[in-house]
Design a protein around this ligand. Structure first.
Ligand code: KG4
Ligand code: ZN
Length: 796
């Protein structure tokens, strides 16, 4: 029976880790645990890791578990600090924890890092009032006023507000009111924001005649014990979690881009004379949005020993034969797993499952009477199916009372069939019908799941699961021997569109939110359990650093928890492999053009996995130029596809835009001059009072880009003595560019390759394809691997 809870937090300048053990009974002597928390603290670790969270976190976890002799199967739940704190720091622990919990198949609980800090201080003996002031950067603070009671008579930690952010001076009024209202006479003050922003706050407290005790900065760390205590006291229940996918950081403010937009809207509203009201309503909308985003009211998770009371209560409400004592046994029997659906923090439905060989038996399904006919049973059944695949079961079985027509109908609808009858099965003498559903045939299952014996799969390549998160797509793919079994792309474009480009902070947030659902979808599409994967791959460079970090942290968590090796993939090489994926006949030496929103590089490859960058853009990437010109023409983001559509009706020779570096004799590119020329042309036309000929501008701009690309491609081919030319990256989706390059190159007898449209833009199939060659080099990533914003292919 899994017994341990692992807690982690990297929102502060340290890594806080904790390990606790379920005792199965009320834990008595520690002052900070009450009877709802049958948990016993094993060990806590706090290590300094300023800007090193991603490289240090898993190494520290590994040391801790090894030292304690705890193995993966002993872990029953993971607890993670959700901040507030450094945005990237918060996401590192969160993404890592998601990877761990997803692969271990245990629930993930989130707690506020500030509250955890409160518990940590309370455990260390602090009593009465404490003010925590954390540095929120941008000249702001996260304040938290807390009261620590004696566990016997008072709640251990009471906090006056949820986490919020503000300027130190703006906090004074609120602080004064709270100090007066609660008649505070003595206070401890602590936190990372104290040194920089504490002065006005301390002055205010002195004015109010409060006795101040300054505590060491190190006392403000959440610590493993603080995190575990916060969880044990139901801090996570308030945030209805446990669901690995639903968990997100505590966001107290928007990304800078959204914030700027909000300020602009407020300023405009002020001009319009509706200032305060508009700003308030904006604020209200934001708060409502955050609430919706952060507090899923209904969620599903794996149940654990701390749910025993609730499980027995639900069974009673359902007049089930299951009782408290039976449920205790469930947690002691291997292969047994119960899933629960919660509304806020109340258990409203549960399903028990037992794995027996390749069969998953549904032990029971209970839905609270007032929540029936809402599809909860179907939700649980779908989860059970995922569970069956994860446990390598190809059959699902259950028993149903002969008289229960409603349930029978549900099972028939979900693909179950009658296979037998058990007379007098129930205690009251009623018969049971045994029903079965085949998820996969025996042959399909042995083909799909054969893991150790690859030969049994009759394929010669490994099965690879790859993750891509370098820019604004969260993508996951599974390939096997070059065949794509799953290819999921969750695009964030709609969230970035109104800013006219990718906003890095939004990208990182969206990746954090999408990781788990993308994983579940990819595995379900391939009908595979994670354990049947041979290797994991993740884009670890180049790209938006915050976005890469999230993907890498998650992938490392998956890899550590599943024991499957993880390989780091260069995004540019992956774009090249999009070609090899659809065109296995490509031969070396080849020249490749990677042309996207982030890159414009000409690359030579004389042998497998070896590259020389011949030249790259000196300023903007080509895709960026398409996007900026499109923006100037009033077209939506991303602009590339709109420009190419308009260009079809325009005259490419209408306007003579500059062809920068056309005769430069090297392979460098420059697009900022071209972009400026287009902007100047637009201004000139507008000043002259002429209407803009959008199709002509689009076609002429596009032609200027194409001419330079064709000329450089041809001379590179000659210089390298290459046989093939590979076009890759998002701009490779441009039809004019494709056909211009193709006809110029094939006319000279060269091979020309470009991926199918859907593999030009970012996807994970190309990452998996790259990995299939990288695996042979056997250089998996270590637990301390870090993402890189830039990484030339030459040094791979
Ligand atoms: O490869 P990608 O998805 O992301 C990066 O790694 O940058 O490329 C996206 C870029 C965007 O700038 C988009 O405008 C451009 O590819 N793009 C196009 C076309 N379709 C996408 N540019 C020109 N013509 C197109 N048809
Ligand atoms: Zn890309």
């Amino acid at each position: 029976m899994p017994k341990f809870v692992l807690a982690l937090d990297t929102s502060q300048e340290v890594i806080s880790l904790g390990l606790a053990r379920y005792t199965g009974q009320a834990f008595e002597d520690a002052a900070f645990f009450d009877e709802r928390a049958p948990l016993e603290m094993c060990i806590e670790v706090v290590v300094p890791a300023f800007r090193e969270a991603n490289t240090q976190l898993l190494t520290q976890i590994d040391q801790l578990l090894t030292m304690q002799g705890v193995s993966a199967s002993d872990i029953a739940a993971v607890v993670v600090g959700r901040g507030p704190g450094s945005f990237t720091g918060v996401r590192i622990a969160l993404a890592t924890a998601k990877g761990l919990a997803f692969a271990w198949r245990v629930p993930l609980y989130g707690v506020s890092t500030s509250v955890a800090c409160g518990y940590s201080l309370q455990i260390k003996g602090e009593r009465g009032w404490t003010l925590l002031i954390s540095d929120a950067l941008r000249k702001e603070i996260y304040p938290s006023l807390m009261f620590f009671g004696d566990s016997k008579s008072n709640p251990a930690v009471t906090r006056l507000d949820d986490d919020f952010v503000c300027k130190p001076l703006d906090y004074l009024t609120k602080l004064e009111a709270q100090i007066r209202e609660n008649e505070v006479t003595r206070i401890s003050v602590v936190g990372s924001g104290l040194a920089k922003y504490g002065a006005p706050i301390l002055t205010k407290l002195e004015e109010l005649g409060v006795e101040i005790h300054l505590r060491d900065k190190a006392d403000s760390y959440a610590g493993g014990a603080g995190l575990i205590a916060a969880y044990a006291h139901g801090e996570s229940a308030a945030y209805a979690s446990g669901d690995v996918g639903a968990l997100v950081p505590i966001y107290t403010r928007m990304s800078d881009a959204e914030e700027a937009e909000r300020i602009k809207a407020a300023a405009k509203a002020e001009l319009d004379g509706v200032s305060a009201q508009a700003e308030n309503s904006e604020q209200a909308v934001l708060e409502a949005d955050l609430k919706v985003a952060l507090r899923p009211t209904r969620f599903m998770r794996l149940l654990n020993p701390s749910d025993l009371q609730a499980m027995a209560g639900l069974a009673l409400a359902c007049e089930s034969i299951w009782e408290h004592k039976h449920f205790i046994g469930e947690f002691d029997t291997s292969g047994r797993r119960w899933f629960g659906i919660f509304e806020d923090s109340t258990l409203i439905a549960q399903l028990g499952s037992a794995v027996l060989g390749d069969e998953l038996h549904i032990l029971d399904i209970m839905v609270a009477p007032e929540y029936r006919r809402q599809g909860l049973a179907q939700m649980l059944m779908a989860r059970a199916e995922h569970e069956a695949l994860e446990s390598r079961c190809r059959l699902m079985l259950l028993e149903v009372r002969s008289s229960n027509a409603q349930a029978t109908e549900l099972y028939l609808k979900s693909g179950f069939e009658f296979i037998a009858e058990r007379p007098n099965y129930y205690p009251d003498g009623e018969d049971a019908q045994v029903m079965m559903r085949e998820l996969l045939s025996e042959e399909e299952a042995s083909l799909l799941w054969a893991h150790e014996a690859r030969a049994a799969r009759a394929v010669d390549g490994p099965r690879i699961l790859a993750l891509e998160s370098s820019c604004d797509e969260t993508a996951m793919a599974i390939i096997e021997a070059g065949e794509i079994r799953a290819n999921i792309v969750a695009s964030q474009i709609e969230f970035h569109a109104r800013f006219g480009g990718v906003v890095p902070e939004i990208a990182s947030r969206k990746h954090t939110e999408a990781l788990v659902s993308v994983s579940e979808t990819a595995l379900a599409e391939a009908k595979l359990p994670l354990s049947a994967i041979d290797a994991l791959a993740v884009t670890d460079s180049p790209g938006l650093i915050g976005a890469l970090v999230v993907g890498l942290a998650y992938a490392k968590g998956l890899s550590y928890a599943s024991g499957i090796k993880l390989f780091g993939i260069n995004h540019l090489e992956a774009h090249l492999y999009a070609n090899i994926l659809s065109n296995p006949g490509i031969e070396h030496p080849f020249v490749a053009l990677v042309i996207s929103g982030g890159h414009t590089s000409l690359i030579a490859s004389r042998e497998k996995n070896r590259y020389t960058t011949l030249g790259a853009t000196l300023d903007d990437a080509a895709g960026e130029a398409f996007d900026k010109v499109a923006k100037a023409l009033g077209l939506p983001y991303p602009g590339g596809p709109h420009i190419s559509r308009l260009a079809r009706e325009g005259n490419p020779a209408a306007i003579d835009f500059p062809r920068a570096m056309l005769h430069s004799k090297d392979y460098s590119f420059s697009f900022s001059g071209l972009k400026t020329a287009v902007l100047m042309h637009i201004q000139k036309e507008e000043r002259a009072g002429r209407e803009l000929n959008l199709p002509d501008i689009a076609a002429s701009f596009q032609q200027a880009v194409i001419d330079v690309q064709v000329a450089k491609a041809l001379s590179a081919m000659e210089e390298v003595g290459a046989k093939w030319f590979l076009l890759a990256g998002g701009v490779a989706a441009n039809e004019e560019l494709r056909s211009a390059l193709e006809s110029a190159l094939t006319a000279k007898g060269y091979g020309f390759s470009v991926p199918a449209f859907s593999y030009c833009t970012d996807n994970a199939a190309m990452v998996a394809a790259t990995a299939s060659d990288r695996i042979a080099l056997d250089r998996p990533l270590g637990l301390d691997a870090e993402a890189k914003a830039s990484a030339p292919l030459d040094t791979l």
